[in-house]
Design a protein around this ligand. Structure first.
Ligand SMILES: [Mg+2]
Length: 98
C-alpha cells in the first residue's frame, strides 16, 4: 500500500484485497454493524491518543466504516471520488459552500 493514497487509490486497494460482489448484502450489514460501533466510541469519546492501541477507538471505527463503504462501492463498480465530486457540486449550491 502506498504511503499517500487518494480516495480512488484507497478504493482500488480494498478491491485488490477484498472483493466479492455476491457479498454486497454482507458488506452492507457489516457497514451498519460498524456504524453502531462508531456510535459507541463517539459516545465514550475513545480517542487514539488516549490509548496505546487503535482498538476500540473512534479512529478504528472510522476505518471500518470507510472500508465497508468502499467494499460496497466496488460491488457496483462505483467510483467514490466521482460520487464525491458530483455530490459536492450539489452541496455547494444547496449549502452555499465554497
Ligand atoms: Mg469495528
Amino acid at each position: 500500500m502506498e504511503e499517500n493514497l487518494t480516495l480512488r487509490e484507497l478504493q482500488a486497494y480494498i478491491k485488490s484485497t477484498d472483493h466479492n460482489p455476491t457479498l454486497k448484502e454482507h458488506y452492507f450489514y457489516k457497514l451498519i454493524e460498524e456504524t453502531g460501533e462508531l456510535a459507541e466510541v463517539i459516545r465514550k469519546n475513545r480517542r487514539l491518543e488516549a490509548s496505546d492501541t487503535i482498538k476500540g477507538t473512534i479512529e478504528e471505527e472510522l476505518y471500518d466504516v470507510l472500508y465497508y463503504v468502499a467494499a460496497i462501492a466496488n460491488c457496483y463498480d462505483i467510483d467514490l471520488e466521482t460520487c464525491f465530486r458530483l455530490k459536492e457540486e450539489i452541496n455547494k449550491v444547496k449549502w452555499r459552500k465554497g
